[in-house]
Structure formats: C-alpha cells, structure tokens
Design a protein around this ligand. Structure first.
Ligand code: SF4
Length: 272
C-alpha cells in the first residue's frame, strides 16, 4: 500500500508525497462535486478522495439530508408524470422528514426547514411534467484520454419534440446568478452528458430553486462544452501535480470539514 504523508506548508501549499503513479488507479471517476470541492479547498479534497481518510470531526449534515428528501420527492413527481399529488407527496415528506429531525441543531430549525419543504412541494407539485423523460439519470462520460470519466446524475431531462433536450438541476439552497461560472458549469456538464446518453446535447438547462422560487436558465453551445472539458482536464492536471492547497473559510471549515482537527491551516488560523 502506498504510504502517504504530508509535509508542512511549502510556499503556502500542502504537498502530498508518495503518490506518483498511483493516482489514476485511486480515482476511478471524477464528478462535478469532487472538482468543486477541489476548488473550494484542495486539502479537504486530498483527505477525502486521495488519502480516503476516515472523517474525525463532527459536521453539519441537515442541509444535505433535507436536500436528499426534497430531491427524492421531486424525482417521484417527475417519474409519475405529475400524478403524485401534493397530498401524496406531503404524506411521504412527513415520513422521510422524521428521521432527519435529530440532525438539526434546534427544534426551531427543524420546524423552519420543514416549512421550507412544504413550500417547495407546493411549488413543484403544480408543474406540468409531460415533457420529462428521465429523472436522476446517471451518466459516466469520457472527457479525454488519460482523464478519469465524469460521473453524475441529471435531476431532470426534458425533451420537447419541436425543440430538443433541456436539463434541470434542483437546488434547495440559496439562489445564485447566471454569471456564477463555478455553479453554472453543472448545467454545461449535463448538456454534455445528454449528448452521450441521447445522441444530442441539451441546448439549454435551468436551476430550479424550489424553496425560494424562481429558475436560472442557461443556453449552452459547443464552445461552452469545450470550455468545460478544458476545465476538467486542467483540474485533473492539478491533481496529478499534487497541488492540494488549503483554502480556509471560517464557516466552511468549522461546520463542514470533517478533517479540520488534522489540518495545519485550520490549526494556524485558530492561533492567529
Ligand atoms: S479545515 Fe478548512 S482549510 Fe483545512 S482541510 Fe478542511 S476545509 Fe481545508
């Protein structure tokens, strides 16, 4: 087994040693969330996906659990061509929400999120979904020789015979803008996946902010898909170069990093 160890910071960068030649095997696939994490904090990515370390610190999980519950109801609504009514969805929501209640910091937080969920169900249960052809559609697509394939799931694929394919991603968090490239790449990736799955790329896609309401639409062309491929290749090269720079963000590190107690950057920030 490859023995990994970390040197202290070198020019602001944490360098991992002992991985040469093994990374291709370690990383069977890439995904949008993995590469986003690499951009958010390289060292956290390293701990999780290269070293595959066992998490040691408590993290906040209720946002993710709430998102999973709503995703599954959204999927059910699409898969039943809208036959799953608000009442039926609410009944299932009540059942699936109970097990996650203990993850919320307080009872008030749980109640606030429960109400947000009802708002979301009330909104999407009224959608016309005749054009939905797939929900939670899995993909595994090749990007370039020597780069692990990209894996993921498209929340919703729509096909309009007179127009073509449209992809959608459900968001339960705060809305963001069309200009937020870090986030909107996800729709471009889905367009690419659509080409692989159905022989035709999605011409456009949208983020569906079901809690707050509103959609952010994006048109996607060949240039966007090529730019996305270049970005993925560049991220893979960064991984091969073993550049896993820590990026400290107070709230993210404290609430969402399960490796903070072993992170030199986190330790340093607690003492300054
Ligand atoms: S504590 Fe923060 S800086 Fe350190 S690995 Fe985790 S996310 Fe990165």
């Amino acid at each position: 087994m490859c023995k990994l160890f970390l040197l202290p910071q070198i020019h602001g960068m944490i360098m991992a040693q002992g991985m040469k030649g093994g990374l291709g095997q370690k990383m069977e696939y890439l995904s949008f969330s993995r590469l986003s994490l690499l951009e958010t904090c390289g060292l956290r990515f390293y701990y999780e996906y290269v070293e595959k370390a066992t998490p040691t610190d408590h993290v906040v999980t209720y946002h993710a659990s709430f998102g999973k519950v709503i995703h599954s109801l959204y999927e059910e609504h699409g898969n039943t061509q809208g036959r799953a009514s608000y009442d039926a969805l609410k009944m299932r929501y009540d059942d699936t929400f109970v097990p996650i209640v203990e993850e919320f910091p307080t009872r008030e937080d749980a109640v606030a999120f429960y109400k947000k969920g009802l708002q979301a169900i009330s909104r999407f249960s009224q959608y016309q979904v005749d054009d939905v052809i797939d929900s939670e559609k899995e993909f595994l697509i090749d990007i370039a020789t020597g780069v692990p394939p990209m894996k993921g799931f498209i929340d919703r694929v729509l096909h309009v015979p007179t127009y073509g394919y449209v992809v959608a991603d459900l968001k339960t968090g705060k809305p963001f803008s069309q200009q937020d490239l870090k986030k909107t790449r996800q729709i471009v990736l889905y367009s690419l996946a659509c080409q692989d799955l159905y022989g035709e790329p999605a011409k456009e896609g949208y983020f569906d902010f079901v809690v707050q309401g509103g959609r952010v639409w994006l048109r996607v062309d060949e240039q966007d898909r090529l730019a996305l491929k270049s970005w993925i290749i560049e991220k893979w090269k960064q991984i091969l170069r073993e550049e896993f720079q820590p990026k400290y963000t107070k709230n993210f590190c404290r609430s969402f990093c399960p490796f903070r107690s072993r992170c030199p950057e986190y330790e340093r920030r607690q003492t300054v």
